[in-house]
Ligand binder design. Structure first.
Ligand SMILES: Cc1cc2nc3c(=O)[nH]c(=O)nc-3n(C[C@H](O)[C@H](O)[C@H](O)COP(=O)(O)OP(=O)(O)OC[C@H]3O[C@@H](n4cnc5c(N)ncnc54)[C@H](O)[C@@H]3O)c2cc1C
Length: 400
């Protein structure tokens, strides 16, 4: 299904060379890019490996300029309505006794929402104007002078003017266009599992956290306290396991957390039964360049800063804004646009990757004192504001 586009924007009249853009990944970066590409007059198609939108998931937060982007997309109010409204959390010992308060500033950013809620909202904001293909993946990329011939795992081959990899830390697009992920993915020494469960502890807009040397477990409420999310984190160097085998991931967690106190035995049982379950290494993506010919990377696929940076969602939104805006501003000259996108994003990414590494180093604090937690809150990313990102005005005619 091809969308027909009316070329009624001032700057779309000039970019005759680039029109169709295939985006791999329908999470945060992909739909945000599609939104802006459409507004600038391009024809985006999104392909997503999952059979449907992923629901629920962990909470992600927005910082600084990402809120401006949401505002420019007309989505800020909707996102604010989804705010988890998380308050301070409690550090608890093996017997469940609270020994310190964890200020929300450390973990909830300027605005925090469930990732699945954000993805659903971005999908709703784009689905009228963007072609979505679920349950498929790029299988091969063949570039020539005029475009990219893309083959798929299931669908028939198609040609596009450009291909964008917004397919996350383990990006298939990156592997096909740049090489295997071992060359680019840097492990931060932490593994994380997250899953959905009932709010059986009866928490109200808060979380309980348990810490042991090199390990942490926590439960936070979600969706106005009607649900909860639990997480297990542990320190480890690179582990070998099948990334597509959740049963194996659950066994790894069960082994690591056997014999721990607090609610851990119950949480391990809840994890076994959980339908929505996430497990991965905390990692960063480091690349010298984010484009290869007509293929470019966006969000975690190109420059993941790691969960401990608290900036991944913001990077995805800001990168999407720059990439689409530069393509429009440069009349569809993709080489110039990719270079400008990279120049705008690099300093921001470097800063957030540094934050991600620092966050990973101090992640496991067994039984931290209140003084340490207050000090961390005072130095939380939104309090120690990074360099502001200058957002050029790419306003398309249709948005005026
Ligand atoms: C545990 C955890 C906690 C986090 N907390 C925060 C936080 O508090 N604040 C914050 O800002 N960020 C946080 N992040 C980071 C944030 O989730 C990411 O930076 C952000 O989601 C990046 O968005 P993305 O669209 O680039 O990639 P992703 O969200 O990873 O999306 C990639 C998409 O591509 C799809 N895909 C994968 N392979 C293929 C394929 N071959 N073909 C087609 N589609 C494919 C996936 O299914 C997925 O939909 C956290 C991350 C984790 C893991």
């Amino acid at each position: 299904m091809d969308k027909t586009h009316t070329q009624n924007h001032t700057h779309t009249q000039t970019h005759t060379r680039i029109q169709t853009v295939l985006i791999s990944g329908a999470s945060v970066a992909g739909p945000a890019l599609a939104y802006w590409l459409h507004r600038h007059g391009f024809s985006p198609t999104i392909i997503e490996r999952a059979p449907q939108l992923r629901d629920g998931g962990y909470a992600v937060d927005f910082r600084g300029e990402a809120l401006d982007i949401l505002d420019r997309m007309g989505l800020l109010q909707q996102v604010e309505a989804l705010d988890t409204e998380m308050g301070d959390a409690a550090m608890v010992d093996a017997d469940g006794r609270q020994y310190a308060t964890l200020p929300a500033a450390i973990f909830a950013g300027d605005l925090e929402v469930l990732k699945g809620d954000l993805t659903r909202m971005l999908h709703e904001a784009t689905r009228e104007n963007v072609e979505y293909v679920f349950g498929d993946s790029i299988a091969g990329l063949h570039q020539d002078e005029d475009g990219v011939l893309v083959t798929f795992e299931h669908g028939a081959p198609r040609r596009f003017d450009l291909v964008v990899g917004a397919d996350g830390l383990h990006s298939r697009t990156r592997a096909l266009a740049f090489g295997p992920e071992e060359q680019y993915v840097r492990h931060l020494g932490i593994y994380t599992a997250i899953f959905n469960l009932d709010n059986y502890l009866g928490l109200q807009n808060t979380g309980h956290l348990y810490a042991a040397p090199g390990k942490a477990a926590n439960v936070f409420t979600a969706r106005r306290n009607t649900e909860a999310r639990a997480a297990f984190h542990f320190a480890a160097d690179h582990l070998e396991y099948d990334r597509r085998d959740p049963a194996a991931h659950k066994r790894i967690i069960a082994d690591r957390f056997a014999g721990e106190g607090w609610e851990v035995p119950r949480l391990l049982k809840e994890m076994d039964a959980a339908q929505e379950f996430f497990f991965d290494a905390n990692a960063q993506v480091e690349m010298d360049t984010w484009s290869a010919g007509r293929v470019v990377l966006l969000g975690d696929a190109g420059y993941c800063a790691g969960p401990t940076s608290g900036r991944g969602t913001s990077q995805a939104l800001i990168g999407a804004y720059f990439l689409a805006g530069e393509l429009a501003a440069r009349g569809g000259d993709h080489t110039a646009a990719f270079a400008a996108y990279e120049e705008l994003m690099r300093p921001y990414v470097a800063e957030h990757q540094a934050l991600g590494r620092e966050g990973a180093e101090r992640f496991f604090l067994p039984a931290p004192t209140q003084e340490i937690l207050d000090m961390l809150a005072a130095n939380a990313p939104e309090n120690t504001r990074t360099e502001p990102v200058r957002l050029p005005d790419y306003t398309p005619a249709s948005a005026a």
